[in-house]
Design a protein around this ligand. Structure first.
Ligand code: APR
Ligand code: PHB
Length: 389
């Protein structure tokens, strides 16, 4: 097989890239190791920045998002028994949409298939070849067959555990920056009406909690836990009493309970791998960087990476210039590092560390107090949260 752009991974990064290229008349093939049913059912995050909404809308895949997603103009920070609204819209002129990542995946898969895009599911043993040449290729298994694709470019959109990053040629002198956090998030999906119109990020001495939503009848809640803990240690009763304790407040607001139908634990890590390109291999999304979920940036970074890549490829194929492709890594990393900072900052601001001193706990509380009492600091948080720059 031969194509212009070979894409490894049908996550948000790989699927959106393939779709954006298609809109520019550039051919691609997407290889995905899992099945369509699996990628469309994996529960992940759900906050879309305004810029992400705009890209999906301009690309013609935002119709269901606009109809079914919930537009949020603010978020709340809860601590010390009080709730404090950060008015994202008033402070930045922008807003966010809560729309689950797997729904974005469904919309993108449908768009690719409707356009007769080449999307191969359940491929195995993807191996990269000739990345230093102008004819890189991929070999892989599909059913009983061993197949090969020759391309002009290979795009590693295969997530944190993929094969593209480790295949980065040695001359690229890859450098990884990493921080693992000593806590995880316990996530549940609940059948109930929303408890709050806006997301609540709660800091509490027992640990962080987050009240999010999925739809008018399904809610998404999280609480900080030990990353090595097991879902089986948490009965529904234990979960509710922990969430109520962390969300206690003195204005009479109470979390709504409902049937819990999904439980999972996610680990938290900050990670950046540089460079994001070498020869004819480019990395995008989780393949190149991971953020802890506190800043809700993961999906948005994947989208901004592939927007840059699509522009670079468009310039390459339509104007014969490699300029934008050459500066892809440097351009993408500017935004990546700012999002890494924000996600790390939000994580530090809201989580409880077992080894924090009494002084450090007071500093954390003072920082929260400063943010909700200073328009300048609240604006900085809001700008980062909505992705205003
Ligand atoms: N061959 C083919 N496909 C692979 C391989 C491989 N060797 N390894 C991984 N994949 C696939 C995975 O099955 C997955 O579907 O690549 C896809 C990568 O998708 P994501 O992990 O969703 O990564 P990305 O598209 O960069 O999106 C980032 O996902 O993790 C969240 O919060 C994160 O929202 C962010 C988004
Ligand atoms: C989610 O709804 O899954 C969600 C919301 C906000 C975050 C992280 C996850 O910061």
């Amino acid at each position: 097989m031969r194509t212009q752009v070979a894409i490894i991974g049908a996550g948000p990064a790989g699927l959106l890239l393939s779709h954006l290229l298609h809109l520019q008349g550039i051919e691609s093939i997407v290889l995905e190791s899992r099945s369509r049913a699996e990628i469309e059912a994996t529960i992940r995050a759900g906050v879309l920045e305004q810029g992400t909404m705009d890209i999906l809308t301009e690309a013609g895949v935002g119709e269901r998002m606009r109809r079914e997603g919930a537009l949020h103009r603010g978020i709340e920070l809860a601590f010390g028994g009080g709730r404090h609204r950060i008015d994202l819209n008033e402070l930045t002129g922008k807003a966010i949409t809560v729309y689950p990542q797997h729904e974005v995946i469904k919309d993108l898969v449908a768009a690719r298939l409707a356009a007769q895009g080449q999307l191969l599911f359940e491929v195995g043993a993807v191996t990269l070849h000739g990345l230093d040449s102008e004819r890189p290729s991929l070999s892989f298994t599909h059913g009983d067959e061993i197949r090969r694709i020759e391309a002009d470019f290979v795009m590693g959109c295969d997530g944190f555990h993929g094969v593209a990053r480790p295949a980065m040629p040695e001359q690229a002198r890859r450098q990884d920056y990493q921080r693992n956090y000593p806590f995880g998030w316990f996530g549940i999906l609940v059948e109930s009406a929303p408890s709050s119109e806006e997301l609540i990020y709660a800091q509490h001495e027992r640990g962080f909690a987050l009240v999010s939503t999925r739809s008018p009848i399904v809610q998404r809640l999280y609480f900080q836990c030990d990353p090595s803990d097991h879902v089986s240690n948490w009965s529904d009763d234990r979960i509710w009493s922990e969430l109520h304790a962390r969300l206690e407040n003195h204005d009479g607001w109470r979390l709504k309970e409902g049937r819990i139908f999904q439980k999972n634990i996610i680990s938290m890590r900050s990670f950046v791998s540089t460079p994001m390109q070498a020869g004819r291999l480019f990395l995008a999304g989780d393949a190149a960087h991971i953020v802890p979920p506190t800043g809700a940036k993961g999906l948005n970074l994947a989208v901004s990476d592939v927007q840059l890549l699509a522009r670079g490829l468009e310039q390459f194929y339509h104007q014969g210039s490699e300029q934008r492709l050459q500066s892809y890594g440097a351009d993408a990393l500017k935004r990546v590092w700012r999002a890494e900072y924000f996600s790390w900052m939000m994580t530090r601001l809201l989580h409880t560390s077992a080894d924090a001193t009494a002084f450090e706990c007071e500093m954390q509380r003072a920082e929260l107090d400063n943010i909700v009492n200073s328009r300048a600091l609240a604006t900085a948080l809001a700008e980062n949260y909505v992705g205003a720059f």
